[in-house]
Structures are given as structure tokens and as C-alpha cells.
Design a binder for this molecule. Structure first.
Ligand code: UD1
Length: 429
């Protein structure tokens, strides 16, 4: 089942003329995976909060719709997201909860502010079942009563209390949910086996600026001392490391020279160590990453996804696309989501030789791809397929591209400004 993309009946497709090198400069905006929890965190105060430099992407728009449905003012002012006023409604509307699974991140805040939160079970999706048991275990440990009524999750509490909480897996969303709920809880909370992603550090930084007392973010033990109230602030989120990685993979695959400004250097350096070859150069200085690519990349060896600091699952599809363009063998092992290989079946249509054994994929690149017709099944998979289509000789089409808009602001404009040839067609049946 493809991830949510097309609205009933309306199809959007990219037509891509591949084989063009990429040249130019791109400035990154705030990361989707930090902006979404930051919006949830902003609701922990009634005061006005401004989150700057936010990408104009579908997931952020959906989040704003949900926040408004909960009773707060929430709007975009240029690149700023502004929230203001107390949430009053304890129910996330069903259609919006289904549109964005990250809506589950709001439950900790809602419980903290309202003492009650209800949402439709977010259900499965194109990349895996995505259960919420770790979220519920964490919120339950803080004193919430968790009930499953049909497809609804109901959480109630008459005051959250700090606790020691051991997560069975370092879930990013569950760590964020518990951090937000514990911020205004009575007493001290310790999250053990917490996720260590940079996005967790960004959330802790914003909450601390609002008046929270959180330490240890970025390590696997996070301590939160509950406070009585938080205040509104203005906050600039970290830039999007996955958009950075997508640009790096695309430039290496297509050839050319691209400068990425406002770029998280540590992530560029991390990718540079993986994509190490005489055929390209990825170097970072003063927040600018420069990618140069002069020839065909050899295979990339073995890449295994996992919780931070392992290779991010959100870059797996883009690296698979790069591997398909290479001349050599790459083995990819996906350890985070159980069903995140739909893009590989599409990549085969461009001539890539791929074998899948459970969560392991062997990609044997022949040094070139040839254009073909593909479908995007999920956000990052779609971005990976676009990279492959841009690098392939000749014309390609990519359908269901609304899924890519969930996490990339105008991806075709971004790449077209660098010299790619991509047009979007809206097909109304
Ligand atoms: C976040 C990111 C997503 C990224 C993922 C992993 C956001 C908005 N999304 O998603 O882009 O791919 O981290 O880096 O930040 N799990 C359970 N039970 C739970 C929660 C998670 O079994 O209660 C499982 C999931 O099914 C998955 C794994 O744990 O297999 C990782 O999920 P998690 O870290 O929670 O991802 P998200 O926070 O949903």
C-alpha cells in the first residue's frame, strides 16, 4: 500500500529528463523531524512561540491543522510558525490523525495540558506497522491511564508524576513524547535507553529555553526535573540533515558541484566517510558543505541502518539510489523499519540489479541507469527514486509524488535550480 500521497482521484507526477549534472547552491531550512515535535512542544505554554526557518511542507501544514483543531492559534508567517493560546480540545480529528502518523507526538503535550488525549490508532503505513506501545508504556509510567476503545487510544491522568522509564527500543517519537509530558510533571523523570538523535537534542534545547530542566539529551539517559510552567520563545531549529544527505547523494549520482549552506557539518562528514571515493569530494567548512563529483562511484560496501549514531533509515532509499548508479556492489541492511524496500522494486525498472533477502538488499550497479516509469511509495523512497531518475539516461516518470511533498519543500524546484529537468503534472481524472 503506498503511503498517503494523492488526494482522492488527483494524481501528481514528475517527468524527468535525466543525465544532467547539478551545479549551484542550496540553503537548508529547519528539519521536518525537529519542527514537528517543536510545534507539539510549543503547546506546553499559552504564550506566543515562534519557530523560525520552517520548511513549507505538507507534514507541517497538517500539524498546524491539528493544532488549530485542538484550539490554539497556529499559523505560518513567512518561514515562521507561530502558535499561541491554550489547547482546549482533547481529541485529534480522525482524518488528520490518519493523514500524519506523527500526530501521536502530540499526546504527551495534550495529556500534560488537558489531562486527557484521544486519537485514532495511527495504524500501519507503507514502511512498516509502526506500533505505539513504547509511547504508551512511557506515558503510562508517568501516571496516564491508557485505554484502547475500538480504533481509539484514550489517555487520561489527574496529574503526571515523574518516573524512571526504560524504553524497550530507543524510539525517537516515544523519547520526544515522554520528554514533553515529563517537562511539566511533578518530580524527576529518567528516560533510560532514550533515542540519541540530534533532533532529540534540538527539542531539549528548545524546551530548556522555554524554562524546562532537561539534561542528558543526546545520550541514552535523559533526566527531566518537572517545572510549574513554560514560557513562549523564538527558536531556530537545526537544519535538515536528511535534505542535506539527499542533496549530497543526488550530486554524487548526477555529477557536478553543489554547495549546501546552513548545512549540519557533522552529518556531511559522516556521509563523506561512507561515500569515500576518488570520483567525488564532500567537504565541509563554516556550515557550508561542498560536493563535487567527477565520475562513476564504485560500490559502497555494507551500510546498516539503526538508531543514532548508526546510519539513518531516512537516508536508506537515497543511498540505495546512489548504489544503483555506482559501478560495484553495495549491501544495505535495514534494521529500523520492517518494510522499507518498496523503492528497490521501482529501481529495478531503471536497470538496477537488486536481490532482497529479508531485511538485507544487495545492489549491483553497472555504472549507469536507463530512464523508466516508477511510482513513489513513501516519502524518502520517493526522494531516492527521483535521484535515480535524475542520474539515469533518458526520460523517466515518477507518479504519486505528493508523498515527497510531506518532507521536501518543492523538491523539483530545488533540483531544477541546480540544472535538473523535472516538471510536475497534475492529473485530474
Ligand atoms: C522518527 C522520524 C522518522 C524516522 C524514525 C527513525 C519524525 C517525525 N519521524 O519516526 O522520519 O524514520 O524516527 O529514525 O521524527 N516502534 C515500536 N513501538 C513504538 C514506537 C516505535 O515498535 O511505540 C518501532 C517502529 O515501528 C520502528 C522503530 O521502533 O520500527 C523506530 O521508530 P521510531 O524511532 O519511534 O520512529 P518515529 O519516531 O515514528
Amino acid at each position: 500500500m503506498p503511503d498517503l500521497g494523492e488526494k482522492a482521484g488527483v494524481m501528481e507526477r514528475f517527468d524527468i529528463e535525466g543525465g544532467r549534472k547539478l551545479w549551484g547552491s542550496v540553503r537548508l531550512k529547519g528539519a521536518k523531524n525537529t519542527v514537528l515535535p517543536l510545534i507539539a512542544a510549543s503547546l506546553l505554554t499559552d504564550e506566543e512561540t515562534v519557530i523560525r526557518d520552517c520548511p513549507d511542507i505538507v507534514d507541517v501544514s497538517t500539524m498546524l491543522k491539528i493544532v488549530r483543531a485542538l484550539g490554539s492559534a497556529a499559523y505560518r508567517d513567512g518561514d515562521d510558525i507561530v502558535t499561541r493560546g491554550r489547547i482546549t480540545n482533547f481529541e485529534i480529528p480522525k482524518e488528520l490523525a490518519c493523514e500524519m502518523r506523527s500526530s501521536v507526538f502530540l499526546l504527551g503535550t495534550m495529556l500534560s495540558v488537558l489531562g486527557r488525549a484521544e486519537t485514532t490508532f495511527p495504524g500501519g503505513c507503507a514502511i512498516g506497522a509502526r506500533p505505539v506501545d513504547i509511547h504508551m508504556h512511557g506515558l503510562g509510567a508517568l501516571g496516564a491511564k491508557v485505554e484502547y476503545i475500538g480504533d481509539t487510544i484514550r489517555l487520561t491522568s489527574d496529574g503526571l508524576k515523574g518516573a524512571d522509564i526504560k524504553l524497550s527500543f530507543p524510539s525517537v517519537g516515544a523519547t520526544e513524547n515522554v520528554m514533553m509530558a515529563a517537562t511539566l510533571a511533578r518530580g524527576e523523570t529518567t528516560i533510560i535507553n532514550a533515542a540519541r538523535e540530534p533532533e532529540i537534542v534540538d527539542l531539549a534545547n528548545m524546551l530548556n529555553m522555554m524554562g524546562a530542566k532537561i539534561s542528558g539529551a543526546g545520550t541514552s539517559v535523559i533526566k527531566i526535573i518537572g517545572v510549574d510552567a513554560l514560557r513562549g520563545i523564538k527558536y531556530t531549529p537545526m537544519p535538515d540533515r536528511i535534505v542535506a544527505g539527499t542533496l549530497i547523494a543526488a550530486t554524487v549520482a548526477c555529477g557536478g558541484r553543489v554547495e549546501i549552506t546552513n548545512c549540519p557539518e557533522s552529518f556531511s562528514d559522516y556521509l563523506s566517510a561512507i561515500i569515500k571515493s576518488d570520483t567525488c569530494n564532500i567537504c565541509s567548512k563554516y556550515g557550508i558543505t561542498t560536493v563535487e563529483s567527477y565520475g562513476i562511484l564504485p560500490g559502497l560496501g555494507t551500510i546498516e541502518t539503526g538508531p543514532y549514531p548508526m546510519f539513518p533509515t531516512d537516508m536508506q532509499a537515497q543511498i540505495c539510489a546512489l548504489a544503483a548508479c555506482s559501478d560495484g556492489e553495495t549491501t544495505v541492511i535495514e534494521n529500523v523499519f520492517e518494510n522499507r524496500y518498496a523503492h528497490l522494486y521501482e529501481l529495478e525498472k531503471l536497470g538496477a540489479k537488486i536481490s532482497i533477502y529479508g531485511n538485507m538488499a544487495k545492489i549491483t550497479g553497472k555504472g549507469f541507469l536507463v530512464g523508466g516509469d516508477m511510482m513513489a511509495h513513501d516519502l524518502r523512497g520517493g526522494a531516492g527514486l527521483l535521484i535515480a531518475a535524475m542520474a539515469a539516461a533518458g526520460k523517466s516518470t515518477l507518479s504519486n509524488v505528493r508523498v515527497i511533498d510531506r518532507g521536501y519543500e518543492n523538491i523539483e524546484k530545488m533540483f531544477s535550480a541546480l540544472g535538473a529537468k523535472i516538471t510536475r503534472t497534475i492529473i485530474i481524472p
